[in-house]
Design a protein around this ligand. Sequence first.
Ligand SMILES: N[C@@H](CCC(=O)N[C@@H](CS)C(=O)NCC(=O)O)C(=O)O
Length: 227
Amino acid sequence: MIDIYTDATANGQKVSIALEEMGLDYNVHRIWLGGEQLTSEFTALNPNNKIPVLVDDGLVVTESGAILIYLAEKTGKFLPKDPKGRIRTIEMVFNQMSSLGPMLGQLFVFRGSWENKAPEVSNRYFVEVSRIYAVLNKRLEGQLYMAGDEYTVADMAFLPWIRNGSIVPFTSDLPLRTNPNLAAWLERVLARPAVQKGLTIPAPFPEDKHMEAFFSATVGVGTLHNA
Ligand SMILES: N[C@@H](CCC(=O)N[C@@H](CS)C(=O)NCC(=O)O)C(=O)O
């Protein structure tokens, strides 16, 4: 049986989307990022104190990109079998993990939790995320999905992040509409029923807790990260 330890953030949603897409049964353990990621029970699973964590019959897997590849290999789904499609998919999972995720995460920190008090810093991340959007837009020229014409785990890696960028009020100026291939891709993947379901697991943060939970933990501000 599969257990996931997760919260309602983009990295967590990647995993619930994948599990829904693959039709796997799983138990959800919600780790409230206001501090539950620091308990000894949780850090025994992931010493890096970050969600998501997946446990499959005693095998613990951390890092959302690794979890996506693990699930794709386990099920034989959403990771093309041909060498080119396979490496394109892995390439784009790594790309998301090392570029869009950290850069957009920092944009959320400096625009949101730090209320844009360091505009030069916010601007550096805004410019970089905008550049990444344009690169993705170019990549999507003439292909339906991030790794080609097949929907793969690479799409699952990008989609909760780009969706968040489009719904968080202080990143509404990100150039999504002006990158029409990327905007069309987002609509395409968001139309999938498994994606819609995965985005609700675990349930979104309540409005009043959203900023507190997201900013005090996810982005590493406040007292949680002083140690
Ligand atoms: N590279 C990791 C990043 C995971 C990550 O940043 N998780 C955040 C939530 S999206 C977290 O658990 N933050 C809690 C903390 O930093 O204390 C992955 O993709 O799994």
